[in-house]
Design a protein around this ligand. Structure first.
Ligand code: HEC
Ligand code: HEC
Length: 292
């Protein structure tokens, strides 16, 4: 009897292990197929003006949209993660130095990356938030491109990327935004110009940069990845509903909330929000307060 139980336990455990292995094999094959997929989009260009106003605006946008957080202060690229379970992913060197963008990387290539989430041959850009940059106005996208096209070249070669098991499984379960190309409405026309006066419309436009963590309805939720804190609700039903505009702005400029809690920049990029203009923070506050 005991032997029979042991035998059946062995068979059951063995089958579970086998199923897990087959499952993981299928998941990692699914992810590699999605990585290797080639997309084609009609070429599109933008008139990237390179006057000093556009370049100054581009420089501000590169900071407040978090490009420098991932691509580094001089945009020469950065390793974002490198460990056995997550794998290795790096944000590209966006300069024309060694290891950077090719010398003939054109405005059309820039638009393809920011609007559609693919590189110049049509392969998905991994972990690049193009589902957010696709919502930029033409004017802002052009300013970003104009700024990036004139930054000094920096030699910085980044190691090849490798997808680890956790990223494979989380991407498969749609818990990690590895493939922004799959989330974009590629036929959506771009708006020419965003509303630039202080108010709810400007706040809504800017809040796209917060939606990846605070969720599209800004009600927050579970941590974005293991080891991070839960993400708070930013609407009028959360803390922001109790804060004055001054308290909200002070929180985003110093990382310190009205109750005295110091936010870690690794969890919530307050060093990025600290660079927003007065008008931009006020608009975000007004927009979040309008949500219930
Ligand atoms: C969350 C981190 C993150 C942010 C924020 C981010 N990027 Fe990226 N970006 C990446 C990663 C990672 C890659 C590399 C993707 C790959 O190689 O598959 C990338 C690739 C790119 C490329 C593609 C280069 C090529 O090979 O064709 C461009 C262009 C780019 N980013 C521009 C920007 C700009 C401009 C911004 C700000 C508006 C920005 N990125 C914000 C992570 C980020
Ligand atoms: C990378 C993910 C991430 C992004 C992007 C992000 N946040 Fe956060 N945010 C968090 C997390 C996590 C916390 C909680 C931090 C803590 O508890 O220490 C937080 C906290 C906050 C708080 C404090 C809320 C409270 O109730 O204490 C405010 C306000 C806030 N974020 C606003 C913003 C705004 C505005 C943006 C966009 C411009 C933004 N966040 C972008 C992750 C993010």
């Amino acid at each position: 009897m005991l032997r029979k139980i042991a035998k059946w336990t062995g068979i059951v455990l063995g089958s579970i292990l086998l199923l897990a292995l087959v499952g993981y094999f299928l998941i990692s094959r699914n992810i590699s197929q999605r990585i290797e997929k080639t997309y084609t989009f009609a070429d599109e260009s933008l008139n990237a003006p390179n006057d000093s106003n556009a370049i100054r605006r581009g420089q501000h946008l590169v900071v407040i949209k978090g490009c420098t957080d991932c691509h580094g202060n001089n945009l020469s690229g950065k390793i974002m993660m490198d460990d056995a379970s997550l794998g290795r992913l790096s944000a590209a060197n966006l300069t024309k130095g060694k290891g950077g963008l090719p010398a003939d990387y054109s405005t059309t290539d820039w638009v393809r990356a920011l609007r559609h989430g693919v590189d110049r041959v049509g392969h998905p850009l991994l972990f690049m938030p193009s589902h957010e940059t696709t919502l930029l106005s033409q004017q802002d996208m052009a300013a970003i491109i104009a700024y990036c096209q004139q930054i000094p070249p920096v030699d910085h070669e980044l190691p090849a990327e490798k997808i680890g098991p956790i990223v494979n499984v989380m991407t498969y379960l749609d818990k990690m935004p590895l493939f922004s190309v799959e989330k974009i409405d590629h036929d959506r026309p771009m708006v020419a110009k965003a509303d630039s006066t202080e108010g709810i419309a400007l706040g809504k436009y800017l809040a796209v940069s917060c939606s990846g963590c605070h969720r599209p309805d800004f009600k927050g939720g579970d941590p974005v990845a293991p080891g991070f804190p839960p993400v708070p609700n930013l609407t009028s039903t959360g803390n922001v509903g109790k804060w004055t505009q001054e308290q909200f702005m002070a929180t985003l400029r110093t990382g310190k909330t009205p109750s005295g809690h110091q936010i870690n920049n690794e969890n919530m990029p307050w060093k990025m929000t600290a660079q927003y203009e007065q008008k931009e923070l006020a608009s975000l506050y007004q927009y979040f307060r309008s949500l219930h």
